[in-house]
Structures are given as structure tokens and as C-alpha cells.
Design a protein around this ligand. Structure first.
Ligand SMILES: Cc1cc2nc3c(=O)[nH]c(=O)nc-3n(C[C@H](O)[C@H](O)[C@H](O)COP(=O)(O)OP(=O)(O)OC[C@H]3O[C@@H](n4cnc5c(N)ncnc54)[C@H](O)[C@@H]3O)c2cc1C
Length: 347
């Protein structure tokens, strides 16, 4: 490959999605990651792509809605370009409702969704039914039709294949660059720690999360969500269960916290009781101090741009982050919320 127009540091979902968007708009892109594709938080198993509750609204919620509505076309084009299926499907989500107060709140949220989602999806209260669904003390569930699922590792493989089909490269080290050539830093939790050091202010760091993959064929059943618990049926006869959230931890691997989560999942969805655990996995999420994505120029480092801090929603946000970074790097246009930008030291 000739000298790249843009170098992307980090081959997680953020870096690869940005690389594909840049390449699709005509840039020559080289991705560098010493760990290889999916070495960080993106190498997991869950893949829920869900909207925020529609009654709490701000720049993050609007950006995420943009990402979710862009997702069907984004992932279809990635699949078509590289020939690898990312396992995306807009299957919706079911959530149990514990009592009358929760039902009333859910109905109010349905009205907010009708207002804010602009017809992209519904948030409605439905009777609990048979099949692969959560038990619900009230006998009622929330059904949102906007939520989708994706198979994280297949999504990474699909992005990598699409990038290569567009002439991009992925390797362990960055090529030599002339000063001023654009470099996009999508380096996850380590990158947020590096930024904190470089800028002398707490930009963010990591948060451990754990998940498991179970042998259970739920077909195209909806994603199931409850507080801190995601149950995500995938097309290959597996169901993912996630995710713990630990701000401090002794080991980077799965631990007893995951056992507790699996017990909760089996109590919520009886079909999961006794399902064989195929894999236990843990990763370190990129968590910004603001808990918002961190997008835009790296203050004091001309030509360097950051795409990070996607925290619990890197797969959900990828289509919008990728489009925003291509807008910024190739057209100089800021199409992400100001609240995501990095402040210069002392600003
Ligand atoms: C248990 C768990 C469950 C999750 N579930 C979901 C979910 O259901 N839906 C969802 O949308 N999101 C989910 N997430 C969050 C999602 O995984 C993250 O938001 C996303 O993976 C972040 O992607 P990234 O590319 O920014 O970072 P990472 O995937 O961490 O990638 C960063 C990459 O940068 C590389 N790197 C680091 N330093 C350098 C350097 N100096 N030079 C070059 N490369 C470098 C690393 O090797 C790594 O490959 C979950 C996370 C966890 C842990």
C-alpha cells in the first residue's frame, strides 16, 4: 500500500468502523494494533444494540438514536462489501415490569418514544407470553422494536473484510507518517489513560465487564433486558448473557460476579436454566470521566483525532461514530455533539 491518507490506531469496533467509513469515502487507510483485531473490549460476546429510555433525552440519546437508525444500512453495506455477515438483526427487546408503578412508568415512556424516536421504533406494554421471554411479576413486559443484536466477533471480522476489500490494511504497527498526516486514535481504555496523562486531566480509563456465551437456540427471539442484565440470542444457536460492571478489580479475567449474573439470567428466562456455558469472558470498557463518548481533535496535537469513550455502547454507536469521524477528518465538519469534544488543558 502507498503511504496512507489516514492512520487508525486501534482495531476494535470503533477503529475499524471509522476505517471503513474513511475508506468508503475514498481515503487510503492503515489500521495499526499490536494486539490484532478485537484485542480489547470489542472482542466479547454480547452485542445488544439498544436505545436509552426515551424519557431521558439529551445529546447522547439523540446521537445513539442516530446510530441505531443508521445501523441496518451500515451493517448491510459492510456485509456486502467484505462478504462476511456480522449477525445483525433488529429483533426488538423485552423487559419485565415488576409492579404497577413500573407499568405506569413504561406507559409514559411509550408516549415519550412516540415523540422522540420519530417512528423509528415503538415502546409499548404487552402481555408476557410463552417462548423465549422473561418472567414478569406484573404479567406485563415492555416491548421495544428499535433494539437490535449483532455478533461482536463476526462484526469485527465483517469490518476487517470490508476494509481490506476497500484497499485498507490492518497490521501490528503504524507506517511512518509525514508530520501533520491525520491519525485517529481509537485505542480504548488504554487510550483514555494515555489522554489523561498527556492532557494532565482525568479524561477516563477502564471498567471491567464480564459476560458468558451459552448453548441455547432461541432463533431470532428478542433481546431481553433487565437492570444490569442483557440476554442476547444470536443466530448461531447461542445466547449471550452480560454484563457485570466493576470499577476496581483484582484480575482481568471472569470471576464469581459472572456466576451471580448467570444465576439471575436463569431465574429470569427459565429456558436458560441448565444451558451449557460455552465461554466465560471479561473485557475492559473505555469509560470517560464524563461517561460520554470522547470524539474530536486531540488538543495540542495537530492532525490527531480521538474516537473513544463508547463505554457500554461501542457496537451500538459505531455507525454514527464512524460517520462523524469521516466528516471531521475528510471534510473538516463537526457532526457530533459539542459535549463529546475534549477540552484543552486549563480550558
Ligand atoms: C462485558 C461487556 C459487554 C459489552 N456489551 C456491549 C453491548 O452489548 N453492546 C455494545 O454496544 N457495547 C457493549 N460493550 C461495550 C463495547 O464492547 C465497547 O464500547 C467497545 O468495544 C469499545 O470499542 P473500542 O474500539 O473503542 O475499544 P477496544 O475494543 O478496547 O479497542 C481498542 C484497541 O486499541 C488497541 N490499542 C491500545 N493501545 C494502542 C496503541 N498505542 N496503538 C495501537 N493500538 C492500541 C487495543 O489493542 C485494542 O484492540 C460491552 C463491553 C463489555 C466489556
Amino acid at each position: 500500500m502507498a503511504r496512507p491518507d489516514v492512520t487508525v490506531m486501534g482495531a476494535g469496533v470503533t477503529g475499524l468502523a471509522c476505517a471503513v467509513a474513511l475508506a468508503r469515502r475514498g481515503a487510503r487507510v492503515a489500521v495499526a494494533d499490536p494486539g490484532g483485531v478485537g484485542a480489547g473490549a470489542s472482542g466479547g460476546v454480547v452485542g445488544a444494540l439498544a436505545p436509552h429510555a426515551p424519557d431521558r433525552w439529551g445529546p447522547m440519546q439523540a446521537f445513539q438514536l442516530q446510530a441505531l437508525t443508521a445501523a441496518p444500512a451500515f451493517w448491510a453495506s459492510v456485509a456486502a462489501c467484505g462478504g462476511v455477515d456480522p449477525g445483525y438483526a433488529q429483533v426488538g427487546r423485552l423487559m419485565p415490569l415488576a409492579d404497577a408503578a413500573a407499568v405506569a412508568r413504561a406507559r409514559a415512556r411509550g408516549a415519550a418514544a412516540a415523540d422522540r424516536w420519530g417512528g423509528a421504533g415503538l415502546w409499548r406494554v404487552v402481555p408476557a407470553g410463552d417462548g423465549f421471554a422473561p418472567v414478569s411479576a406484573s404479567g406485563l413486559l415492555v416491548h421495544d422494536t428499535l433494539t437490535a443484536r449483532i455478533a461482536p466477533r463476526r462484526a469485527l471480522a465483517a469490518l476487517a473484510a470490508a476494509l481490506r476489500a476497500l484497499g485498507g490494511t490492518i497490521g501490528p504497527a503504524a507506517p511512518d507518517l509525514p508530520a501533520g498526516a491525520p491519525v485517529l486514535w481509537a485505542t480504548g481504555a488504554a487510550g483514555l489513560a494515555d489522554l489523561s496523562t498527556a492532557l494532565g486531566q482525568p479524561v477516563g480509563g477502564g471498567e471491567k465487564g464480564q459476560a458468558a456465551l451459552l448453548a441455547c437456540d432461541a432463533g431470532d427471539a428478542p433481546v431481553i433486558g433487565d437492570t444490569g442484565l442483557w440476554i442476547v440470542p444470536h443466530a448461531d444457536g447461542t445466547v449471550a448473557v452480560g454484563s457485570t460492571a466493576e470499577r476496581t478489580w483484582d484480575s482481568d479475567g471472569p470471576d464469581a460476579g459472572l456466576d451471580a449474573l448467570l444465576a439471575r439470567a436463569a431465574a429470569l428466562v427459565p429456558q436458560l436454566a441448565g444451558a451449557r456455558v460455552l465461554e466465560r469472558w471479561a473485557g475492559i470498557r473505555p469509560r470517560a470521566a464524563t461517561r460520554l463518548p470522547v470524539l474530536g481533535p486531540w488538543p495540542g496535537r495537530p492532525g490527531h483525532v480521538v474516537a473513544n469513550g463508547t463505554y457500554k455502547t461501542g457496537f451500538a454507536l459505531a455507525p454514527a461514530v464512524a460517520a462523524a469521524m469521516a466528516d471531521l477528518i475528510l471534510a473538516g465538519r463537526v457532526t457530533y455533539p459539542d459535549a463529546f469534544a475534549l477540552a484543552a488543558p486549563g480550558a
